[in-house]
Design a protein around this ligand. Structure first.
Ligand SMILES: NC(=O)c1ccc[n+]([C@@H]2O[C@H](COP(=O)([O-])OP(=O)(O)OC[C@H]3O[C@@H](n4cnc5c(N)ncnc54)[C@H](O)[C@@H]3O)[C@@H](O)[C@H]2O)c1
Length: 370
């Protein structure tokens, strides 16, 4: 079972293919041979992915006799840093790569965001192939062209828009994911459904048990549908001048929580998004938008998927709301003393609420978190 979709970036008059299925690199050997012939190839990955899945990758490309160079970074969000970015750029320079050569970003969202930023900067843009290995990176981050590192406590504050030549969402790479990392990715799936598509939300509810069991045909459909929803938005609004901002549902609160916990393993990105979505839904409800019933449904579903819904599940003590707000103030959606938030009118119907005052937000967060 293989699916292939194409995403067109209207503003750049370009498009690229996204493959979804199993053993996709093997099945695309002819294509890979045609684009990689006579090129230098760099595979950049993290140490966990290397120990769990590198042999699978090598098996799939073994007939191509590629002799890739390999660079491994430390796993985790703290690698999205100036230091690691510099290391990658200097490594490529030392190996004399030119822009017609290829970089393969082999890993989760951290590797994908970091390596695609390096690819966009190196010689003002070297060829990039995304091979995402987490559920999160297959349903979301490998597609759409956002690249990033964090600068200090400001999450994703340094970045570019840069697209890969092709994306391979190969389900065989997901087999070694821990349940916790797998489910963190599910938060981004639910985000897509909550903001854009009630039908997809119903499908997720109906199939929650099979998703927890990682049923392959269900995962294929979820990846396919999530990328369809994401592609539709990115195609018309690559640089987030309008509706692409809806994809940030849960992220303004979530990013601030990630910074609050120093990007540590206490809270993975997807888990922060889960908490952020609960806060954004509570705020939507308080402002008279989404109903009590739908608010409860969303919370129950996140609990069922074992994603966090209360900050106390991460941290027993009180959350310092003033400190949390100081991180929120670094968000790109801040306008003066106000911020634009993504809220829900109801399930499947997200919207941008402009100019929410930090004063109101502080009151709300004090009530919810302390
Ligand atoms: N660019 C975008 O549009 C976009 C969208 C959403 C999220 N993101 C970013 O994605 C990042 C989170 O991505 P993530 O959740 O994939 O985290 P991650 O890349 O840190 O991966 C999570 C953990 O799983 C390990 N891992 C990865 N693949 C594995 C495998 N196949 N088997 C075993 N272990 C494996 C990693 O080593 C890591 O320890 C965040 O930095 C977030 O900001 C970007």
């Amino acid at each position: 079972m293989i699916r292939k979709k194409s995403i067109g970036i209207l503003s750049r008059k370009t498009s690229y293919d996204i493959w979804i299925g199993e053993n996709l690199l093997k099945k695309n050997n002819d294509y890979l041979a045609s684009i990689l012939a006579d090129k230098k190839i760099a595979i950049i990955s993290d140490k966990n992915v290397h120990s769990c899945q590198y042999s699978n990758l090598l098996d799939q490309i073994s007939d191509l006799a590629l002799n890739p160079y390999l660079l491994l970074i430390e796993p985790g969000e703290t690698s999205k840093s100036w230091k690691v970015l510099k290391k990658i750029l200097e490594w490529l320079t030392k190996l004399n790569f030119d822009k017609t050569d290829y970089i393969l970003a082999f890993g989760g969202g951290v590797v994908g965001d970091l390596v695609s930023l390096a690819a966009s900067l190196f010689r003002r843009g070297i060829n990039l192939i995304q091979i995402p290995t987490t559920f999160l990176s297959q349903v979301d981050s490998s597609v759409g062209g956002k690249t990033a590192i964090n600068s200090g406590s400001a999450k994703n504050s340094i970045g570019t828009f840069y697209h890969p030549k092709v994306v391979f969402c190969d389900l065989s790479f997901l087999s070694t994911l821990s349940d916790r990392v797998f489910l963190a990715g599910y938060a981004e799936v639910l985000k897509m459904a909550l903001v854009f598509d009630k039908g997809f939300y119903k499908y997720l509810i109906e199939n929650q048990k099979l998703t927890l069991l990682r049923d392959k045909s269900i995962l294929m459909h979820i990846i396919d549908k999530s990328l369809e929803l994401k592609s539709k938005i990115v195609e018309i609004d690559e640089t987030e001048q309008g509706d692409r901002a809806l994809l940030n549902f849960g992220h303004t609160f979530g990013h601030a929580l990630e910074s609050y916990f120093d990007y540590s393993e206490k809270l993975f990105h997807g888990e922060a998004v889960s908490l952020g979505m609960v806060l954004a839904t509570l705020f939507s409800n308080e402002k008279g938008y989404i109903s009590d019933h739908e608010l409860k449904e969303i919370r129950d579903h996140l609990n069922m998927m074992t994603l966090p819904t209360e900050a106390t599940q991460i941290h027993n003590g009180k959350i310092d709301v003033v400190k949390l707000l100081s991180f929120m103030k670094q968000d790109k959606k801040v306008v003066g003393d106000n911020i634009n938030l993504i809220l829900l009118k109801d399930i499947g119907n997200g919207f941008i609420k402009r100019n929410v005052s930090f004063q109101k937000l502080e009151k709300f967060l004090q009530l919810q978190l302390s």
